[in-house]
Design a protein around this ligand. Structure first.
Ligand code: SF4
Length: 72
């Protein structure tokens, strides 16, 4: 079952438009949407920030490895 937020979710459009991002849709939108941070925030009535990824991380945030390299 697909996420009920799919028709209005900007990230869902992004995920389905790029084959390299399809894995996000497979991991969350197509079946495990209950685990999606965006879906959960929406259910709580929160404004869902555009930068919030399904795994709860920020779209703009550098990967943890980059932070480790910067501080070394
Ligand atoms: S699972 Fe998350 S990313 Fe996918 S459509 Fe639903 S709210 Fe958007």
């Amino acid at each position: 079952m697909t996420c009920s937020h799919h028709p209005t979710c900007p990230l869902a459009r992004l995920f389905s438009g790029k084959p390299s991002l399809r894995v996000w849709a497979e991991r969350y939108c197509d079946d495990r949407f209950q685990a999606c941070a965006r879906y959960s925030a929406g259910l709580r009535g929160e404004v869902v920030p555009g930068w919030l990824l399904p795994n709860g991380r920020s779209l703009e945030a550098p990967p943890p490895e980059a932070l480790i390299r910067r501080s070394a």
